[in-house]
Design a protein around this ligand. Structure first.
Ligand code: NAD
Ligand code: TYD
Length: 424
């Protein structure tokens, strides 16, 4: 099934020929589908993290059918997946996760046995301006995904289990799984008790060579939820719904909470791509408040690798925190971005430090995020692959070499193109 094709909604068969054609097509899809050992829906696959997850799964598991469901908001861009769009085990469906009927129909149509749910509104600043959109997509959209999965999976002969015939003609049985991708921001903010930075008791391969921690506390899986922004409040609410579906109906769910991601294909409204682009064009760098806020940064491909591991080996109903023990004050990471961008552009390192412009602080700006990912390391043997210095070099290089991508997503041209193509 799939054949790297794009589904369009609202296509009605009207004549007998078209009806016949539709039935034939459906039979072909059903026949081909049986040859995949699994059918997995990934939501938000045209976004930043989702595109890395889709790419990893499509390439690593040719025997899985990967169905990417994305509404293609301003943050979703099919160009993020150009390299895999024609793979036979990949299907793209443009749809809103809040559209319950379409989601249910899609799960049925492809016999979906796994869902990796990333689709969300993800930018804190936008959530401060427009909280309704965040509640709609992040809360109601997640509920729509959960309810559709529940109805479809409960209708199977064996609840929460799917069987299909693989390419060798063998019947394989898989456990269904609803995997919800969340953020460390649901835990609220930690205090900056050691603003000068102290040596950290923990590290991973992702930890920077200049690795410090700025407080004694870390977010663990037991930390109480205390979200502050409309974004984190909506994610917290969706996490609760996911866990409620396990506790109430026995649905096989997993939740993970990850720290800030960085890497290619991130929409340039977020700190790292925005600032790289501004440095290149010598535009001011708007640093909120004093720049003392601390974030814990992980290379996006290492998050995708963790998602792969947890989807396959994680314990049902469990929670895992994902992060590389790599805390940075905003002002310090900004200086790294300036030095790296300057060097790669052949400018004197630090020549653009004067672009730093302190602006009014974000409302309710969380001071420090620092995640304790030791459970994931201990129980599933996860280890990130890239040290921060290597990851940031790769990232800056990627944005400098993909100015066309940046121009495209910021100009809104790609959005107009999709509107024309899909008539929405
Ligand atoms: P993103 O904004 O880059 O991508 C979100 C994707 O979801 C886009 O492709 C968008 O088109 C799609 N989408 C939005 N609303 C939709 C809807 N109603 N129906 C269908 N598709 C819709 O976000 P991201 O940074 O890749 O984050 C992905 C997930 O990971 C989110 O759930 C986010 O909360 C979580 N997360 C992000 C980070 C981070 O640092 N970026 C860290 C931890 C967790
Ligand atoms: P962001 O990339 O929006 O991620 P999050 O808010 O989810 O952590 O921001 C990272 C940090 O950078 C955060 O502390 C806010 C700060 N920031 C700025 O100082 N200026 C900016 O223009 C942006 C976008 C962020």
């Amino acid at each position: 099934a799939g054949g790297g094709h794009i589904e369009r909604k609202g296509h009605q068969a009207s004549s007998p020929e078209r009806l016949c054609h539709t039935v034939q097509k459906r039979n072909r899809i059903l026949r081909d589908m049986k040859h995949y050992s699994r059918a997995i829906v990934i939501t938000g696959g045209a976004g930043f993290i989702g595109s890395h997850v889709v790419r990893l799964f499509v390439n690593k598991y040719p025997d899985y059918h990967i169905i990417n469901i994305d509404k293609l908001t301003y943050a979703g861009n099919l160009a993020n997946l150009d390299d895999i769009k024609d793979k036979p085990n990949y299907t793209f469906l443009k749809a809103d996760i809040c559209d319950f009927e379409t989601i249910l129909q899609t799960l049925r149509r492809y016999d979906v046995d796994g869902i990796i749910h990333l689709a969300a509104e993800s930018h804190v600043d936008r959530s401060i301006k427009d909280p309704f959109t965040f509640a709609r997509t992040n809360v109601m959209g997640t509920l729509s995904m959960l309810q559709a999965a529940k109805i479809f999976w409960e209708s199977q002969k064996e609840q929460w289990k799917m069987s299909r015939v693989n390419a060798d003609g063998d019947e394989v049985c898989t456990e269904c799984r609803f995997y919800h991708i969340s953020t460390d921001e649901v835990y609220g903010a930690l205090e900056l008790t050691d603003p000068q930075g102290i040596e950290t008791p923990f590290s991973t391969k992702a930890s920077s060579a200049h690795h410090h921690t700025y407080g004694q506390e870390f977010f663990t899986e037991e930390t109480k939820y205390q979200p502050h922004s409309p974004y984190s409040a909506s994610k917290a609410s969706s996490d609760h719904f996911v866990r409620a579906f396990h506790d109430t109906y026995g649905m096989p769910t997993i939740v993970t909470n990850c720290s800030n991601n960085y890497g290619p294909y991130q929409f340039p409204e977020k700190l790292i791509p925005l600032f790289i682009n501004n440095i290149r064009h010598r535009k001011p760098l708007p640093v909120y408040g004093t720049g003392e806020n601390v974030r814990d940064w992980l290379y996006v491909e290492d998050h995708a690798r963790a998602i792969d591991l947890i989807f396959h080996k994680g314990k049902v109903a469990d929670t895992y925190n994902i992060g590389g023990f790599n805390e940075w004050k905003n002002i310090d990471i900004i200086k790294v971005l300036i030095a790296t961008t300057d060097r790669l552009l052949g400018r004197e390192e630090g020549a653009d430090n004067d672009l730093i412009t302190f602006v009014t602080d974000r409302k309710g700006h969380d001071m420090r995020y620092a995640i304790d990912s030791r459970k994931l390391q201990r129980e599933l043997g996860w280890e990130p692959s890239l040290q921060f210095e290597e990851g940031i070099e790769k990232t800056v290089k990627w944005y400098l070499e993909h100015q066309d991508w940046l121009d495209n997503v910021t100009s809104g041209d790609y959005q107009k193109y999709y509107e024309k193509m899909y008539g929405v």
